[in-house]
Design a binder for this molecule. Structure first.
Ligand SMILES: Nc1nc2c(c(=O)[nH]1)N[C@H]1C(S)=C(S)[C@@H](COP(=O)(O)OP(=O)(O)OC[C@H]3O[C@@H](n4cnc5c(=O)[nH]c(N)nc54)[C@H](O)[C@@H]3O)O[C@H]1N2
Ligand SMILES: Nc1nc2c(c(=O)[nH]1)N[C@H]1C(S)=C(S)[C@@H](COP(=O)(O)OP(=O)(O)OC[C@H]3O[C@@H](n4cnc5c(=O)[nH]c(N)nc54)[C@H](O)[C@@H]3O)O[C@H]1N2
Ligand code: SF4
Ligand SMILES: [Mo]
Length: 720
């Protein structure tokens, strides 16, 4: 007799990546298993969109290698341990370390899985505040930290840039939303991006894409500039020069709100189209055309992605891109609507058409790092310094680390230094759903729940939605008794240490018995729509009543946006003096390091996540070194051959794949593949770790410490 299986459809949203697509999940209730995942056709934000990763959410939850128990290191291997017992031991060791070395000795690193998670990161941060440890690190500082520095030096327009939906033009620099489902405001929204792009094009949008690779997005471009990796500052300076030369700026806006026009004109004057052509590899005519197309607008903004934010001079590039918006006045003005003013989960408040003043003094107000003269920003220390803070002896040394939903071994810059540092820790606790490369080096690995096993709201993207929208989901699967959610790492430890964690809505006292929904209430206590109402209305909904009209500037405001804050003119002089941006890296030899390695994303995996699912990994094969066919011919190799790629800092092996969308001289390769070095798996399956090539000690950005993680100079050697 066939047994009846009850399958129920439960509404939720996907958290494989940050994009938060609305989904319906068919659940076999008795087996507590996902049967199928579909997009929600009538969801007002996503309109049914999902990608291949989301449709494999079930496999992410149920694959054979998933961790079901907490593991404790035992000699060279691991043995299961009861989770509560593990927390007893962890808290004990932490108490001793903090007593001997002070709270700075305990660090947290929150990776992407702590971001796609409404409770993980906020509770971690609040715990650090409670114990007085400034050693709080996240993946944001090895992603696009220039995006936080630019407003501190330039200031920022409080009502934001003109939205993509109503823009006549968009200039996108090194961002490939059609694969990454990622972008910042002004760029192609990451919610059902292809449909939104097609609609915008049908409404007349003119798209300019600047990228060394003819990306999926570039296929839709009206103008594509195939820039040499790392030469965006030169190209942007050249475009600004053209805009100024043709006096194509918004004079009313600039004279009312902007400082430094003459200084900027002087600083970019040397970046003539002919110079930029020779340096950045973009024909002079295209530079003029890009400037004209953008300035003609009359609406629409420049936005950047990880490409230029990981290349040399990242804060300069970001600054110049913001200046282009400012010069052309591409901001929402008084009397214009804002459909999602600041997101649903943030406190209410009027939005005025005026600048937030530059605050460069705050760039050096945070916790000083013990290396490279860097500081914490917004309560977060630069992740590129964490391995140094672990290795460098002396007061303040980090001896214990909690890694929350991240994979430093394959994602941190300078893999060799990272691994040396992780191996030297007194205590390393990882919370992960899998035995990741980083978990392999930990002392304890806490088995985490995955997204469908916890309630949630989309948080990182809350303020980026085109219209006010949120999507509360309860847990749609039951979690197992030995698993924990990320916030519970902190409440479990805090309880044992007698620490009270304070959140906007109140405190978590030691020993408190909480459900994740209580924690959501405490964190988002000041949201525009009360959490209780959000929860009463599960699934994705618009909140049109949140829309507002931008108010006039406060008549007493004196703040102005700065085109040329301290350091910009000098850095432009440095850039002009270089023959290649790779010169910022120690040991760069132009005759030897003839290629530039660039970062890119792959559709079927999310950084290091997804490779544990055989369907997804097989879809990608490995992290191929994509090269132009002409470069393969010159090197005498074909697709499938193995090469060694050596930067001044390190070397990896990779399998090449010909791809005519790559600019010649460029090697385009995804990060976060491979594993613990010197334990190489099969290259054609595991791939290799590009961060082995990254140097944290030269070429880094002076404000963010961001190392050169794209446009890395490399030498190619054929492995026979
Ligand atoms: N060379 C180079 N380096 C880079 C980049 C690059 O482009 N080039 N990109 C950088 C960028 S932008 C980023 S954001 C970082 C990413 O850096 P990380 O965030 O450190 O890396 P991920 O691979 O995203 O790590 C996610 C981990 O979380 C686990 N996981 C998945 N779901 C869950 C969950 O629900 N709970 C828990 N607890 N764990 C879960 C996965 O198994 C995986 O181990 O890498 C950076 N490094
Ligand atoms: N499917 C999938 N989605 C993801 C991820 C994933 O791994 N897989 N990762 C997620 C993460 S952590 C992030 S931060 C986002 C990132 O989202 P995006 O910033 O859109 O990342 P990419 O798709 O790598 O696009 C970066 C582009 O920059 C280009 N580029 C590289 N170097 C340079 C340069 O020097 N100058 C210029 N102008 N361009 C350059 C690359 O060719 C590439 O097309 O994606 C997220 N979404
Ligand atoms: S883009 Fe794909 S992985 Fe990201 S949330 Fe949507 S379905 Fe999930
Ligand atoms: Mo990222």
């Amino acid at each position: 007799m066939k047994s009846e299986t009850a399958v129920e459809t439960r509404r939720s949203f996907c958290r494989f990546c940050h994009a938060g697509c609305a989904i319906d999940v068919d659940v076999d209730v008795a087996a507590n298993r996902v049967v199928a995942v579909r997009g929600v056709i009538d969801d007002p934000m996503y309109e049914g969109y999902t990608c291949i990763k989301g449709r494999h959410l079930g496999d992410q939850h149920h694959h054979d290698a998933r961790l079901h128990h907490t593991m404790k290191r035992d000699g060279g291997g691991f043995l299961p341990i009861a989770t509560s017992r593990a927390f007893d031991e962890i808290a004990d060791q932490l108490a001793g370390l903090i007593e001997r070395h002070g709270p700075r000795t305990l660090a947290t690193y929150c990776g992407t899985a702590a971001y796609q998670n409404a409770t993980g990161l906020p509770v971690a941060k609040a715990f650090h505040q409670a114990i007085g440890s400034p050693s709080f690190y996240t993946s944001a500082s090895i992603d696009q930290p220039a995006k936080f520095v630019a407003p501190m030096r330039h200031g920022a327009w409080l009502a934001g840039v003109q939205p993509f939906e109503s823009s006549a033009v968009a200039m996108v620099i090194g961002c490939n939303t059609l694969v990454s489902t990622y972008s910042f405001p002004g760029g192609l929204p990451s919610f059902n991006p292809l449909v939104r792009l097609r609609r915008a094009k049908a409404n007349g949008l003119r798209l300019i894409v600047i990228d060394p690779r003819r990306t999926e997005l570039a296929h839709y471009a009206d103008l594509f500039l195939q820039v040499k990796p790392g030469e965006d500052p030169t190209l942007l300076a050249g475009i600004i020069r053209e805009v100024l030369l043709h006096d194509a700026i918004d004079h009313d806006f600039v004279s009312r709100w902007v400082n430094g026009l003459d200084e900027m004109r002087a600083a970019v004057d040397v970046f003539t189209p002919e110079y930029v052509e020779q340096r950045a590899g973009v024909p002079a005519d295209q530079i003029r055309e890009a400037a004209r197309l953008f300035a003609d607008g009359p609406t629409g903004s420049v936005s950047t992605g990880t490409g230029p934010n990981m290349a040399p001079h990242s804060t300069l590039t970001e600054h110049l891109s913001v200046c282009l918006n400012t010069l052309c006045g591409r901001y929402v003005r008084a009397g214009e609507p804002l459909l999602n003013p600041g997101g649903i989960l943030t406190p209410p408040g009027a939005v005025r058409a005026q600048p937030m003043p530059p605050m460069p003094q705050y760039l050096s107000k945070g916790e000083p790092q013990r290396v490279r003269n860097l500081y914490s920003h917004r309560g977060e220390a630069p992740t590129s310094t964490l391995p140094d803070e672990i290795l460098l002896e002396g007061e303040g040394q980090v001896r214990a680390l909690l890694t929350i939903g991240g994979n430093p071994v394959v994602a941190f810059p300078d893999q060799r230094k990272t691994v040396e540092a992780l191996r030297s820790l007194d205590l390393h606790v990882v919370i992960d759903a899998n035995m990741s490369a980083t978990a392999e080096l930990a002392h304890y690995v806490i088995a985490s729940t995955l997204s469908l096993e916890r309630p949630d709201v989309p948080t990182t993207i809350d303020r980026w939605f085109a219209e006010a929208y949120t999507n509360y989901t309860p847990a749609v699967l039951q979690s197992e008794p030995e698993m924990r959610q990320e916030w519970q790492v902190y409440t479990e430890i805090a309880s044992r240490l007698g620490v009270t964690i304070t959140l906007p809505g109140g405190s978590i006292e030691p020993g408190a018995d909480l459900h994740a929904d209580d924690v959501l209430d405490l964190i988002y206590a000041r949201s525009k729509v009360p959490m209780a109402d959000v929860r009463a209305n599960p699934g994705g909904h618009l909140y049109p009543e949140m829309a507002t009209i931008v108010e006039d500037a406060d008549p007493t405001v004196t703040a102005r946006l700065e085109l040329m804050p301290d350091g910009i003119a000098a850095e432009l002089v440095d850039v002009f003096a270089e023959t290649s941006s790779a010169q910022v890296i120690n040991g760069f030899d132009p005759a030897h390091h003839t290629f530039r390695m660039t970062s890119r994303r792959l559709k079927s995996v999310f950084n290091s996540s997804g490779r544990e699912i055989s369907d997804l990994r097989e879809k990608e094969g490995t992290n191929f070194a994509h090269m132009h066919p002409s470069d393969l011919v010159t090197a005498g190799i074909t697709s499938g051959d193995t090469v060694e790629l050596a930067s001044p800092r390190g070397a990896i092996r990779a399998i090449v794949k010909g791809a005519d969308d790559i600019r010649p001289g460029t090697i385009s390769m995804a990060h976060a593949w491979g594993g613990v070095p010197d334990q190489p798996g099969e290259l054609s399956v595991n791939g290799s770790t590009t961060s082995m090539l990254v140097d944290t000690d030269s070429g880094y950005d002076p404000f963010t410490g961001m190392p050169v993680m794209s446009a890395i100079p490399v030498h190619l050697r054929v492995v026979r």
